[in-house]
Design a protein around this ligand. Structure first.
Ligand code: 5AD
Ligand code: SF4
Length: 351
């Protein structure tokens, strides 16, 4: 039977990260099932049977950006826009806390009403209300270098900013003129501010080449990411990419396995997008090396309007219900949910 606790550290040895050359060879030559086996072994050596939980709160779907793939892009007039206020967000945190969550991810569009200073005060309130017992992860887009420092000073612990694709030309086209270099510079600022850093990409974007897929992995490795979120691109009907086809889940599974081999210690979530294109998508990602789940704790009234892509799962049910289902399906694959805070694993802290 799976146990929530990983093996005691003294019984583990640090798995070596594969080199870029090895990753390239695996990418070109290995079958998905070979990658799956190798990645799962590495993941179990590092994280045992534990799958760490993060409570996701989607606190605003206003966005001044206009990414071509995204359902809440500025120009999508069909979206019913919402922004949660401080009280509603603190309520959601309290509810998560009572269920045992020790990490909250505040995710939102680039909303001018949720200014850097206002988000700072929110982080301080969450830290105070929970007597510093939870980790706060921010995922609210591009800010100035100064902005990230203010977030860190306010007590935020982690920051997520996907680079979305490593192909510079595709990046600028899909992200409404923003360059990959600007995105990478932001990640630099995030690191300098002292955050545990998360990034990642979508798989199967229209215009992506096989080379892009390899480069996505190598870029994550060279950024030395603490957390990597990836998921399949799912065309949204009310975006300019409406007519494009979805490439299915395989590329995301291949990406997950290669990431685990490239970054053995990283926290890699089994993402909602994966669970939205196939019914057992998140379980499959865990079998391919993912070790984190992010149940959605956004209040029911709002989460229906946070549709980056169509077919999103868990919007009809409560967080408690999703959690009970996840617990069961993880048990079936030999894993156990863990409420540990699970900060970034640094080699220096290994033993
Ligand atoms: N399909 C899949 N993932 C998407 N995201 C945005 N739009 C889509 C889509 N149509 C992802 C982006 C973003 C994350 C929050 O959601 O990678 O960073
Ligand atoms: Fe805004 Fe993020 Fe969607 Fe781009 S992907 S439009 S920045 S919410």
């Amino acid at each position: 039977a799976p146990s929530g606790a990983p093996l005691p550290r003294e019984r583990q040895s640090v798995p070596r990260a594969c080199t870029a050359q090895e990753i390239e060879r695996f990418f070109r030559c290995c079958s998905l099932s070979d990658l799956e086996g190798a990645a799962r072994k590495v993941c179990e050596r590092v994280h045992g049977h534990a799958v760490y939980l993060r409570g996701l709160i989607e606190f605003t779907n206003y966005c001044t950006s206009n990414c071509l793939y995204c359902g809440i892009r500025r120009d999508n007039q069909k979206v019913r826009r919402f922004r949660m206020d401080e009280g509603q967000i603190l309520d959601a945190v309290q509810q998560g806390l009572s269920m045992g969550f020790k990490t909250f991810v505040l995710q939102g569009g680039e909303d001018p009403r949720w200014t850097v200073d206002r988000i700072c005060r929110l982080v301080e309130s969450i830290k105070a209300a929970t007597r510093n017992r939870v980790a706060v992860t921010l995922s609210c887009g591009m800010k100035s270098g100064d902005g990230y420092r203010k977030f860190a000073d306010a007590g935020a612990d982690r920051y997520l900013l996907r680079f979305e694709t490593s192909d510079p030309e595709l990046h600028v086209r899909l992200r409404d003129g923003q360059t990959l270099d600007q995105r990478l510079e932001a990640l630099d600022h995030i690191r300098s501010a002292g955050f545990q850093v998360g990034s990642g990409f979508m798989t199967g974007l229209p215009g992506e080449l096989p080379e892009t897929r390899l480069d996505n992995i190598l870029l994550c490795q060279s950024l030395g990411l603490d957390m990597v979120g990836i998921g399949p691109f799912i065309p949204h009907p009310d975006t300019p990419l409406a007519g494009q086809s979805s490439q299915g889940i395989e590329l995301a599974l291949q990406g997950t396995a290669l990431l685990r081999l490239a970054l053995p210690l990283a926290h890699i979530p089994a993402t909602t997008a994966a669970g939205s294109i196939v019914q057992n998508g998140r379980e499959l990602m865990i079998l391919h090396g993912a070790n984190v789940l992010m149940p959605n704790m956004t209040p029911e009234a709002f989460k229906k309007s946070y549709l980056l892509y169509p077919g999103k799962i868990c919007i009809e049910e409560s967080c408690a219900r999703s959690l009970a289902d996840l617990k069961e399906s993880l048990f079936d694959i030999g894993r156990a949910l863990s409420f540990e805070r699970a900060d970034a694993v640094k080699l220096a802290h290994w033993r």
